[in-house]
Every structure is written in C-alpha cells, then in structure tokens.
Design a protein around this ligand. Structure first.
Ligand code: BGC
Length: 251
C-alpha cells in the first residue's frame, strides 16, 4: 500500500503511446508502464481510443496528464510537424477527456520532459535558464528559467542555413541520411550553438531517442554551455504529464 500522492501520465509519441502511474513525491513510476504502438494513421479518433485504453488499463482514479508532440494551447493542438495533419485544431479534452478517470491536463511532449527534468532529474534545484532538448523524430525543446517553464517554445524549428533545424539535426536524420555519429554531432553542435547565441542558457539537458547512446556523440559536441544528459530518459514525458495534471488539479 502506498499513501504517496499520485497521478497518471500518458505520453503520446509517433511510434508508441505510453502510460504509467507516477509517485509525485519522487517522480518514480508506481507499477508497470503500459505501451501500445501508435495507430497508423495516427488520427485523433484512433489515438484518442488508444489513450483511453491505456488510461483504463490502470485501476487508477485521479488526475491524468497527456502530452502531445505539437503545440498545445488550452488543450487544443495547434501544430503537427510529425503527426497526422488532422490533429491541427483538435481539442484534446473534447477528444479524450471523457474517457479519463479524473481531471485532465494537456501539454507539449518536450515541455513535459522539461518539467520532469527540473523537478526530479538533471535540472533539479538549478536556477537560471535551462534548455531541455530532445533529439528524436523531431527536435523538442523546453525553455525553463528559475524552475518556471515557458510553454510551447518551438525551438526545434528555428531556421539554420535557410532550413528548419529539425530536418537536419533531429535524431532521425542520422538514420535517414546514414550519417556517422561524428557528422550528426556536428549538426547537433551547430544547432545548440544557434540556441546559445539566441538565449544564453546556463545549461543544456539533452534527451530523446538518441540519448540512449550518449558515448557515441556527446564527446563530439562543441558548445560553450555546459551540458548534461536527461536523467528520466524514456519516462520523462509520462512523469512530466503526471506532474502537470497534479498541478492543474490543485490550482
Ligand atoms: C514539434 C514539437 C515537439 C517535438 C518533439 C516537433 O516537431 O513541433 O512540438 O515537441 O517535435 O516531439
């Protein structure tokens, strides 16, 4: 039996939708994580049903947070760089809220990861400006100052050499273009240097799929800003979504 404060977090990604109950005192998962492959095409109806299935698979009642790989304003999806275009304009609370076992909150996936890292992980207790960057299918970013998140910072889409930075420097670009780790790291460096020049962060926290093998590329990075790896790894989205739900429920 646990008396810990808990919330359910659901992380919506391009390949998988994952959920778990989170102990908000420690940021640890309570019990198992449940993952279902993202239905294809990833339409709002199909993804909504999968979110519902995951949420209902836990015998949990209480706040539920759902993160999404696009801009989310007041629960409404505004962009869909790496998911089905039909998401644009879709209200997450209207699509899935009634399936969930408690009050719900919705936010961008990188923002969820950022909240988790500054609360329980690599950014815990740190002041100043931190940028959390997730290199995966896209580039997700969370902009945090003195522990406060500026939501929906879409810094993965800044323009470098006349093109959307995400196209050249997302984790997936390495596989797509069959780049060596060193060549991909050069692109990641250029991207991080562009962020440094614009925002002068005190710390980068790096995560996303490519952070599973940091030894391959992190030694090649050249930035003036200190950088550390994300600590919550695969669970950052789930944990941050749960945290956002708890905060919203208590506001
Ligand atoms: C989206 C962001 C998202 C990131 C990571 C980008 O393409 O625009 O909203 O956080 O991918 O999923």
């Amino acid at each position: 039996m646990t008396s810990a404060r808990t919330a359910l977090g659901v992380d919506v990604g391009g390949t998988g939708i994952k959920g778990a109950v989170v102990d908000l005192g420690t940021g640890a998962l309570v019990g198992d994580r449940h993952r279902i492959p993202t239905p294809q095409p990833a339409t709002p109806e199909a993804v909504g049903q999968t979110i519902a299935e995951i949420a209902q698979s836990f015998s949990f009642t209480g706040p539920v947070g759902v993160d999404f790989p696009g801009v989310v304003l007041d629960g409404v999806v505004q962009t869909a760089a790496n998911v089905d275009d039909s998401w644009i304009g879709t209200s997450l609370p209207e699509t899935v809220g009634h399936f969930l076992p408690g009050p719900s909150a919705y936010l961008n996936d990188a923002d969820a990861a950022g909240l988790a890292e500054v609360t329980y992980g690599a950014g815990r207790g740190k002041r100043g400006t931190i940028i959390v960057v997730t290199f995966g299918t896209g580039i997700g970013t969370a902009l945090i100052h003195d522990g406060h998140l500026v939501p929906n910072a879409e810094l993965g889409h800044i323009e470098i050499d006349g093109a959307d930075a995400e196209i050249a420097a997302a984790g997936i670009a390495r596989e797509r273009e069959d780049l060596s780790w060193e060549d991909w790291a050069a692109r990641a460096s250029r991207y991080l240097q562009a962020l440094e020049a614009l925002l002068w962060p005190g710390l980068f926290i790096l995560g996303g799929g490519i952070s599973k093998k940091p030894e391959k590329w992190v030694p090649h990075l050249k930035t003036r800003t200190p950088l550390v790896m994300a600590e919550l790894k695969n669970h950052a989205g789930i944990v941050g979504a749960a945290l956002a739900a708890d905060e919203a429920a208590r506001a």
